[in-house]
Write a protein that binds this ligand. Structure first.
Ligand SMILES: Nc1ncnc2c1ncn2[C@@H]1O[C@H](COP(=O)(O)OP(=O)(O)OP(=O)(O)O)[C@@H](O)[C@H]1O
Ligand SMILES: [Mg+2]
Length: 252
């Protein structure tokens, strides 16, 4: 079984933080090996996980594109590219991390992108769980993988505008014909309870609330001190809320 969790949402709502916490929870529950995918060109999932990454899929693609004339005749080019792609994967004890990096450059990459898509689809199938941290836009998702997503979690802040953006993201995913089995809305950085007008708006928009995550000052403290969120204490409010949320969705 291979379960794919994709995280999307407006800029700065907490996609990367929550992706990190999903990975942390899956690790703690011994659900690994997990594939963590940083699909944001302004990559910062490695930081949240406490890793330094110097290679990206974008770089491997550029390298291959530049070196293709130097590949000796008779050597399968696809195999050369696949080796380069495998080199990008950072392997850890409980999870492997793949950083996508910058999207396509100006050249014609159709051939490359098809191989890349195939590579990702096969890769994802090797892991019981994959967590994909996306950029705010969603277009790249249709370009990067043809395999479906089991659950798309859309993160919002506690504002009517945030809920409106979450709704637009859901509509966009639908318009792009992305194969998404389930959707869930997460309201992050909640202080206290959700306001009645927010609940009303969520219902009006037909969004399904998967759960809320409280504003957690330990996260801020860890960020300031540059400590990985994997190290958060088990009883941190956000950690407990993420566990509840994943349990409620039947993921753990
Ligand atoms: N529950 C929370 N409690 C406290 N701080 C939080 C919480 N969730 C996220 N943050 C903080 O909010 C900021 C933005 O979070 P994050 O980088 O995860 O958002 P993002 O959606 O990935 O942003 P971007 O769109 O830039 O990729 C960070 O400083 C993070 O530490
Ligand atoms: Mg982010």
């Amino acid at each position: 079984m291979s379960f794919v969790i994709a995280v999307a949402g407006k800029g700065g709502t907490g996609k990367t933080t929550l992706s990190g916490l999903f990975i942390r929870t899956l690790m703690k529950r011994k659900k690994g090996p997990i594939l963590a995918v940083d699909a944001d060109p302004n990559s910062n999932l490695p930081l949240v996980l406490g890793l330094k990454v110097d290679k990206t899929i974008g770089m491997a693609r550029e390298e291959f594109f530049d070196s293709r004339t130097k590949i000796p005749a008779g050597m399968p080019r696809e195999a050369v590219l696949e080796t380069k792609l495998h080199d990008v994967l950072v392997e850890n004890r409980d999870y492997d991390l793949l950083v996508m990096g910058r999207p396509e450059g100006p050249g014609c990459y159709c051939y490359l992108n098809n191989i890349l898509r195939k590579f990702l689809d096969v890769l994802v199938d090797n892991y019981p769980y994959s967590v994909i941290d996306n950029e705010a836009g969603m277009e790249h998702m249709s370009r990067r993988t043809t395999r479906g997503v089991d659950i798309l979690l859309i993160v919002s802040d506690h504002s009517l505008r945030g809920i409106e953006t979450a709704f637009q993201i859901k509509s966009l995913a639908h318009d792009l014909n992305l194969e998404i089995k389930r959707y869930g809305l997460i309201v992050n950085r909640v202080k206290g309870a959700l306001g009645p007008s927010l609940i009303e708006e969520i219902e009006k928009k037909g969004l399904k609330l998967a759960g809320t995550i409280p504003e957690d000052e330990i996260i801020q403290d860890f960020e300031i001190r540059g400590i990985s969120l994997v190290e958060l204490p088990d009883d941190a409010p956000a950690v407990l809320a993420v566990e509840r949320l994943m349990g409620g969705l039947g993921i753990i």
